[in-house]
Ligand binder design. Sequence first.
Ligand SMILES: Nc1nc2c(ncn2[C@@H]2O[C@H](COP(=O)(O)OP(=O)(O)OP(=O)(O)O)[C@@H](O)[C@H]2O)c(=O)[nH]1
Ligand SMILES: [Mg+2]
Length: 371
Amino acid sequence: MGSLDQDQLTCQGCGVTIQTQDKEKPGFVPASALNHDPVICQRCFRLKHYNEIQDVPYTDDQFLDMISQIADTNGLVVKLVDIFDFSGSFIHSLHRLTGSNPIILIGNKVDLLPKSTNHNKLKQWMKKTAADLGLTVKDVLLVSAKTGIGFDQAKAAIEHYRNGQNVYVVGCTNVGKSTFINYLINESTGTKDAITTSYFPGTTLGFIEIPLDETSVLYDTPGVINRGQIAHHLSDHDIKLITPAKEVKPRVYQLNSQQTLFIGGLARFDFIKGDRQPFVCYFANSLDIHRTKLAKADSLYREHIGELLTPPSQASLTKYPALIEQTFRVTGEKTDIVFPGLGWITVTGIGATIVVSSPADVPVSKRPAII
Ligand SMILES: Nc1nc2c(ncn2[C@@H]2O[C@H](COP(=O)(O)OP(=O)(O)OP(=O)(O)O)[C@@H](O)[C@H]2O)c(=O)[nH]1
Ligand SMILES: [Mg+2]
């Protein structure tokens, strides 16, 4: 298993400890490939060259054990969250694993938010929400590891708060830790895609060391797995469909009460009571939204789930959990109804009663509108 102990040879792509004995075990490299520079394990090699995803070879607890090593060291913790899935990627327990080290919170993937998003307002909301969840942070920043938005500020903040010490980039799987670090490496050395990244949760398997100066290093770390992420209920193909690839275009639906929106076939939004009003949907542009009458919604779902209402695709229907209802009342304030891992629907605040349906372990929540 990848650890902070540095005497073993580790894969440059994912940090796993290299071994040449067992093809089926993590970190396998044929002995003949040991002299390659850099050394890449078979799993990273296949991912990079054939886009082929292999299973995550560790349990959730093994990942937690790896991260908890940080508590015994001194350094700055850079906690990354996916700004498009804040609640799903926040991982409340994470700061207990990193001990008393100072933390800065970075929201990644801002390139996905509409250009009109007020970044200052969003950062204030992040800071308040983190505090409400028991996390005190030194600073809050927004970046895109894909486009480089916000990197100058992020680098300055890391340099300022690390106080000459090591830096640990931590967070939920798939928030973009490795992509974030690749951006830094590319800027300083010109090397592209040094670390393996993928749309699949569980890419990085151990600690990867990147020198900062003569005495200190920055670490990429394995992501903490949140089983409540909707991606765990979906096939590779469906994960691609729900993951926004570029700036999300708001889709506005003027609804009368007793109308329903289906988000693919993954979740459902019933406008029960209230005046006719706009509902603004923020989901991957590739994810279809269907409007129907509430009275017809149940039969539409029964008859067309996996076809018209997709994802989930027909092939992954059995893997997808049943939907559970929750009721929300919105009054007075523009409010986001958040479907973790998918996106959100903004309700104007003139008053509405809404019933939403989602898998039990992916509960819908509400928050003051962030846009
Ligand atoms: N749109 C967008 N996508 C991003 C950004 N950063 C990362 N991604 C994508 O998010 C996915 C996950 O990226 P990784 O860097 O592998 O995430 P990770 O946090 O290292 O994941 P694990 O190693 O599994 O914990 C990939 O498909 C990336 O291309 C970003 O700033 N914007
Ligand atoms: Mg990674």
